[in-house]
Design a protein around this ligand. Structure first.
Ligand SMILES: NC(=O)c1ccc[n+]([C@@H]2O[C@H](COP(=O)([O-])OP(=O)(O)OC[C@H]3O[C@@H](n4cnc5c(N)ncnc54)[C@H](O)[C@@H]3O)[C@@H](O)[C@H]2O)c1
Length: 342
């Protein structure tokens, strides 16, 4: 069976801890050789994927460095049976195309949720404390205390709105609780008050939060949900954190609302498309603490992702069911409750 895996290029012997790389390839090379399958490792989907479409059975890519499996790609891949997400979040696969072409979409659910929750909390703190300005001054030899203090806040007493209260959203709530914040969340599947967080209607979450942190998947319902009109309903001077997916937030409206001071800051690590082009406006917009997409690929997360991908492949080869939690699409049906939310 031909399996194509997409990883970021890594120079030999340079990043020896990095499993999500062309060099280490999550340890799949020997794993698949032992099982007499062919692994093709590529790093550039634009130029290297096409020749393998006609006979590949499995494609593996991570949300950090995705192979976008569009309708056109799926149509050219008649043998494709399984798209594995080496991580969490399978929106890089066109789920309608997967449904039509009977491609199973399976991810390593839970593998990096702690890693992302920690990152989101860090993002909130970095924004509220005006950390980047303080750090810039330290590095650049300045000591302009009024300039950094003018935008530095305690997180204590603030209202934090969590949009999407699944695995990551709940871990964020648990981690924020000791900061004595007021927690509220919106999630159609979690309308209960739990973990010290109050369920509120979506409009209330948007209009009353000092900080909103996004933890819902990218679906037809959440695509561009945080557009200009919605972000204008957020409190003036509030903050937005997004470690879910870049496309949930309107690219140009966000820049405009940061420039006009309607929003006090934005942080996150997710972009569209990925890798983000050099001229993506989020790279240079003001009041931001963007990073490249790495929150969910700590070394610990990469180990869990590697084990999870091997588990998915083993089940596939042995015709055993996948773990229910991991299945996004199977048998022409969306199975994941998180992706069925209307
Ligand atoms: N930055 C990263 O490295 C990284 C890593 C992992 C996951 N993620 C992103 O975070 C998302 C959430 O991950 P998770 O593990 O918590 O998933 P999860 O499935 O456990 O939780 C997602 C929650 O979002 C809710 N949701 C779905 N549609 C919604 C809507 N329209 N409005 C409000 N809530 C909605 C679901 O009901 C669910 O409870 C993933 O889908 C992925 O896109 C990013």
């Amino acid at each position: 069976m031909k399996i194509v895996a997409v990883f970021p290029e890594s120079e030999a012997n340079k990043n020896e801890n990095q499993l999500l790389s062309t060099e280490k390839a999550l340890g799949l090379q020997s794993f698949l050789e032992e099982r007499h399958h062919e692994l093709v490792i590529i790093s550039d989907t634009a130029t290297q994927l096409e020749p393998h479409l006609k006979d590949m059975s499995v494609v593996i890519s991570s949300p950090f460095y995705p192979a976008y499996i569009t309708k056109e790609i799926a149509a050219k891949a008649p043998n494709l049976k399984l798209a594995i997400t080496a991580g969490v979040g399978s929106d890089h696969v066109d789920l309608d195309a997967a449904l039509e072409n009977h491609i199973s979409v399976v991810e390593v659910t839970g593998s990096n949720v702690v890693s992302v929750a920690e990152h989101a909390v860090m993002n909130i703190l970095i924004l509220l404390r005006n950390f980047l300005e303080g750090h810039r001054q330290a590095v650049e030899g300045e000591w302009d205390l009024p300039k950094v203090g003018n935008h530095a806040h305690d997180i204590e007493g603030k209202t934090v709105g969590i949009f999407g209260f699944g695995r990551i959203g709940q871990l964020v709530a648990q981690r924020l609780k000791p900061f004595d914040v007021r927690l509220q969340h919106f999630d159609p599947l979690h309308q209960e008050n739990i973990l010290g967080s109050q369920f509120v209607p979506f409009e209330q979450l948007v209009e009353t939060s000092d900080i909103i942190t996004i933890h819902a998947p990218l679906t037809k319902q959440t695509d561009n949900l945080f557009d200009r009109d919605l972000m204008l309903k957020m409190k003036r001077g509030s903050y937005l954190v997004n470690t879910a997916r870049g496309k949930i937030v309107d690219r140009d409206a966000l820049k405009e609302l940061l420039e006009s001071d309607h929003l006090a800051g934005y942080a996150g690590d997710v972009w569209y498309p990925q890798p983000a082009p050099k001229d993506h406006p989020w790279r240079t917009m003001p009041k931001q603490a963007m990073t490249v997409h790495y929150s969910g690929m700590t070394l610990e997360a990469q180990m869990r992702i590697g084990e999870g991908v091997k588990d998915i492949l083993t089940r596939f080869f042995e015709h055993r069911p996948f773990q229910t939690k991991d299945v996004i699409v199977e048998d022409g049906e969306i199975k994941s409750p998180s992706y069925r939310v209307k």
